[in-house]
Design a protein around this ligand. Structure first.
Ligand code: NZQ
Ligand code: ZN
Length: 390
């Protein structure tokens, strides 16, 4: 491992079937007014809303509700949330939901007192917050993004056709997160598998980069094996606690910044996937699934050594007289077979994209330099077209 770094993760986690009980301990640390943020209503249907509200009331909190956070939260919604938080001088933002609700809550936390347009400030100019930041806590109900233990916050602007992530520093990480795997049982299968691929791709983004011998690569191979193993069980039996708890835990470790320390990372699949999302508003994990295979096939010749390692240690393929190139390809074939097995979307057509959007999606794609091959705009178009015709 050749990089120099500082590592600190300030988020306190409570994991397991009784994790919500510890919300009481956390609430003691904050003032009386809690902004309860949630999505389109799943938490009301599955009872999580009632459990959380009961604890808030028991702890004597005044609740300011901000529901209706949409998947892929928008800049307009963010402006509204910032106003609600400011006008009610909230002491804590409690996000109860998936990555969208957590991301949105973090964005609100830095926007309430920023005195500027939050979209322009954080998502166009990428300024860092200098204002008061409202603390955020999370009760996670959907697994995949890692938002529960990181500073990431992705916001979509439909007018500008942009979906942009800002990775904020320690001060914006959730102060605490409640992780109860049972809270994820009611997720529709489509969302569950999208989340599974989001986890897997977060690991790929950090794995397929760099040449040095890094402990993180060994950790990531273990995480990928665990995701594949548990995903196969969870798609058959979504109420298998062991599988769902392992998925929840790998999701957190896949993107809580630890495995990225000291090594190069890529993130180009996310850049293309987010641009697809800006045009289609499709489910995040599915946008990644749909562009991954054409992307990895394209960069494979530039990173054969790592793809060979992927084939051997993640998919347990033995060389058996194969050349390195053949072995590397066999690894990607195994990944493709698994993606089909668990029911992921492999074409952006299925997500609502069409030929007329390709130029615009390519323009909305940030080209990064951490992967094995820096893409050209034409290559982004080729990848999109391959996915469209898959
Ligand atoms: O809105 P509700 O009614 O709650 O329904 C949600 C939503 O429709 C539903 N859901 C969540 N928990 C449920 C449930 N339905 C039934 N039972 C439950 N227990 O699932 C749908 C999707 O939820 P959402 O929060 O949008 O999904 P996800 O967790 O995948 O979050 C996606 C957002 O996170 C961003 C994505 O770009 C996207 O905007 N990301 C954030 C990252 C980060 N903070 O580091 C990194 C990721 O790569 C990603 O970009
Ligand atoms: Zn992701």
């Amino acid at each position: 491992m050749l990089g120099n770094f500082m590592y600190c993760n300030p988020t306190r986690l409570y994991f397991g079937e009784n994790a919500l009980d510890f919300l009481r301990d956390e609430l003691k640390k904050y003032g009386d007014t809690v902004m309860l943020v949630y999505g389109g209503g799943s938490i009301k249907r599955n009872g999580i809303y009632d459990s959380v509200v009961a604890i808030l009331k028991e702890c004597g909190k005044t609740i300011v509700e901000d529901g209706g956070v949409m998947p892929n939260p928008t800049a307009d919604k963010l402006r509204e949330g910032a106003r609600i938080a400011r006008e009610n001088t909230v002491d804590l933002i409690l996000a109860v939901g998936g990555g969208s609700v957590c991301d949105y809550s973090k964005a609100v936390s830095v926007s309430a007192y920023c005195g500027d347009d939050p979209w322009e400030k954080y998502y166009i100019r990428f300024d860092e917050p200098t204002c008061e930041i409202i603390p955020v806590g999370c009760v996670l109900t959907m697994v995949g993004t890692g938002s529960e233990m990181n500073g990431g916050s992705v916001i979509t602007n439909h007018e500008q056709k942009l979906k942009v992530g800002h990775v904020f520093g320690d001060a914006v990480f959730p102060k605490f997160t409640i992780l109860n795997p049972k809270f994820t049982y009611t997720l529709p299968k489509y969302q569950m598998t999208a989340g599974i691929y989001d986890i897997f791709n977060h690991i790929c983004e950090q794995y397929f980069s760099g040449e040095d011998d890094s402990t993180s690569d060994y950790v990531m191979e273990g995480l990928m094996r665990s995701v594949v193993h548990s995903s196969r069980i969870a798609v058959q039996n979504p109420e298998d606690y062991e599988a769902r708890s392992n998925l929840m835990w790998t999701a957190t470790w896949a993107l809580n910044t630890m495995v990225a320390k000291g090594k190069a990372t890529d993130w180009e699949v996310h850049m293309i996937g987010q641009a697809v999302g800006a045009y289609t508003d499709a489910t995040h994990g599915m946008t990644l699934a749909a562009v991954s295979l054409p992307y990895y096939k394209r960069i494979l010749p530039y990173g054969v050594k790592k793809f060979v390692r992927f084939a051997k240690y993640v998919w347990e393929i033995t060389a058996d007289g194969m050349t390195d190139e053949e072995l590397a390809k066999a690894g990607l074939e195994a990944m493709e077979a698994w993606m089909k097995e668990i029911g992921l979307v492999l074409s952006i057509k299925e997500l609502g994209a069409d030929e007329n959007m390709l130029e615009g999606i390519a323009d909305a794609t940030f080209i990064l330099e951490g992967g094995y091959k820096v893409l050209t705009r034409d290559e982004v178009i080729d990848i999109l077209r391959e996915s469209l015709n898959a």
